[in-house]
Design a protein around this ligand. Structure first.
Ligand code: NCD
Length: 329
């Protein structure tokens, strides 16, 4: 990062962070910790973070704070954006994001011992782990806040926050929208978290997937219990004309035991410019990334393709969240 002058964030001093949110010192494990009110708080702060980055590049709000990024699964965006977010707020990072197989984990150390060690060096831990519930286990042992950066096919709350923030930024609202989720709805943790968050809004949901990758019943039940109008289909053509948001996902190869099954479904949904011709003029195509062919490169030139703007929003959201969690000492 280029060195920019360090400017204290006047509108976001520690006192305001303490008074303005309930996140100080909290673990962030699931989207169920968020309601419309504190989402609005985080989104406001994310907007302020955007302004901060675009004017000064960074602040010293979190100077003296150290964040450990402990990633047991591959990551590009999530780890890089947490690192960027922390550094732009003047904090520093212990990145254990590659080669966890070379660390003590490969010697048989338990997750509990690893987090109890790493918290001796740091003020918060961001954890990505292949098992559902791992972030909760880590949080039970750690005294510092644990932020879930993806627990297997479970949840990915910070991705859902940035997804929802992107919808709001792109379309100016969330209520009243028709949102279609496409791809691997069974194993896609970003879909689970975003769907749960959306149940708090007045939206219509459409789920498009191969039969074996349908949304898990427990998530679907939350949608139904919330009274959200919902329909499932196997074909994107059924939803393209009415969708305000097309949220496309990768088939999660790493979660399959039977590779023949993966091969059978991996190319079922592809977003092409021909398909986009049927979509509303004002809609957005989103993707948590990485993509492996679900959205053709030609679509990238369409102004409705929001996935790289979505990536950038991730940094602002993570800045807002880190400030909220670590702002109080
Ligand atoms: C997602 C994830 O890890 O769940 N990636 C991300 O964090 N942006 C989606 C995916 O890997 O397909």
């Amino acid at each position: 990062m280029t060195a920019k002058p360090v400017t204290p964030l006047v509108e976001m001093d520690r006192a305001e962070v303490i008074a303005g949110n309930g996140f100080a010192g909290q673990d962030i494990l699931s989207v169920s910790q968020f309601n419309r009110e504190n989402l609005a708080y985080i989104f406001d702060k994310a907007q302020a973070m955007r302004a901060l980055v675009e004017t000064d590049g960074m602040s010293d709000l979190l100077r003296g704070n150290v964040l450990t990024c402990l990633f047991y699964e591959p990551s590009t965006r999530t780890s890089a954006s947490f690192i960027a977010a922390m550094e732009r707020l003047g904090g520093s990072v212990i990145p254990i994001t590659q080669g966890v197989q070379f660390s003590s984990v490969s010697k048989g150390e338990t997750l509990a011992d690893t987090v109890r060690t790493l918290e001796q060096y740091s003020d918060a831990i961001v954890l990505r782990h292949p098992e559902i519930g791992a972030a909760k286990i880590a949080a039970d042992y750690a005294e510092v806040p644990v932020i879930n950066a993806g627990d297997g096919a479970g949840e990915h709350p910070t991705q859902a926050l940035l997804d929802l923030f992107t919808i709001q930024q792109e379309l100016g609202r969330i209520d009243g929208l028709k949102i279609a989720m496409v791809g691997d709805l069974r194993y896609g943790r970003t879909v689970h978290s975003l769907t749960k968050l959306l149940t708090q809004y007045d939206v219509t949901l459409r789920f498009v997937s191969p039969e074996i990758l349908r949304l898990p019943l427990v998530v679907m039940n939350e949608v139904i219990d919330a009274g959200i109008p919902v329909r499932e289909t196997h074909d994107v053509a059924d939803v393209i004309e009415n969708a305000d948001v097309l949220y496309v996902t990768r088939v999660q190869k790493e979660r399959f035991v039977d590779m023949a099954q993966y091969e059978a479904v991996k190319d079922q949904h592809e977003i092409t410019i021909e398909l986009m011709a049927h979509a509303k003029e004002r809609m957005v195509v989103m993707h948590p990334l990485p993509r492996v062919g679900e959205i053709h490169y030609a679509v990238d030139h369409d102004p409705r393709a929001a996935y790289f703007r979505q990536v950038r929003n991730g940094m602002f959201i993570r800045m807002a969240l880190l400030a909220a969690v670590l702002g109080e000492k």
